[in-house]
Design a binder for this molecule. Structure first.
Ligand SMILES: C[S@@+](CC[C@H](N)C(=O)[O-])C[C@H]1O[C@@H](n2cnc3c(N)ncnc32)[C@H](O)[C@@H]1O
Length: 235
């Protein structure tokens, strides 16, 4: 069983990991997914159906891809992340675009500085798998969402097809760390993806946790044979 100090240690480790790769994070994403991560994140933005007059949070916003996409839709959007170097990358991107429609804040997903039932939308892209306690993270998200609010989770998935799953795990174990080493001089940060995925309950496990938290509807959208997935949940 995970204790509170395990969770704190994990959060600290993840913070250091992203601090070390922040400057090249976008580049590696583009290379390792052949640019497809942009398509998947755009899909999240479309599914989120974020409208003017609504309030939204892009949690674990990193360098801001999803936050920027959502903010173009008109609602009031805040991007939150634990890691300062990742937030600085997001801030630099926003400044370059002359974009003032995303507010950025440094915060821990396990202790959100937001009121109960205050948001219409929460998105979290490749973040849930990284939290020290996924259960606590989901509880915090549920706390800040209004009844009827939407939660969209984009993350690595576990393909149901065994052959595809084996090939995919080989890619994550051997090819991805090479990109990490070539682009950031850091293979271990990218080897961590497979470690974290093995512990992550992915499509069915996350859906079960959302059901337990009382979400009215939970939909799983598999992408590329389930190598990635999007959960769309209504509180
Ligand atoms: C893989 S990146 C994803 C960034 C962005 N959402 C994207 O899809 O490109 C994961 C992000 O989660 C953030 N993160 C990890 N643990 C966190 C926590 N406990 N609270 C807030 N952010 C956290 C990291 O700092 C990192 O920026």
């Amino acid at each position: 069983m995970e204790t509170a100090s395990d969770s704190t240690r994990h959060t600290h480790k993840v913070d250091q990991l992203f601090g070390a790769i922040a400057a090249r994070y976008d580049l590696v994403n583009d290379i390792q997914s052949l640019g497809l991560h942009r398509v998947w994140k755009r899909r999240v933005v479309v599914l989120a159906n974020f409208n003017e007059g609504e309030t939204g949070l892009d949690l674990c916003c990193g360098t801001g891809d999803i936050a920027i996409g959502l903010a173009k839709r008109g609602g009031a959007l805040v991007g939150m992340d634990l890691n300062r170097p990742m937030l600085l990358q997001a801030a630099a991107r926003l400044a370059k675009r002359g974009d003032q429609c995303v507010r950025l804040a440094q915060a821990d997903a396990l202790n959100l500085p937001l009121g109960n039932h205050s948001l219409d939308l929460v998105t979290i892209g490749y973040g849930l798998r990284n939290l020290g306690s996924m259960e606590d993270g989901l509880r915090e998200i549920t706390r800040v969402l209004k009844p009827g609010g939407r939660l969209l989770i984009l993350d690595f998935g576990k393909p149901a097809n065994r052959l595809l799953r084996s090939a995919y795990y080989l890619y994550l174990a051997w090819i991805l760390p090479v990109f990490g080493w070539l682009c950031c001089g850091n293979a271990s940060a990218y080897a961590y993806i497979l470690d974290s995925l093995k512990k992550y309950p992915a499509q069915k496990g996350v859906a079960a946790k959302l059901d337990l938290l009382g979400y009215k509807s939970v939909q799983i959208i598999d992408i590329m044979g389930g190598t990635m997935s999007i959960h769309v949940a209504i509180k």
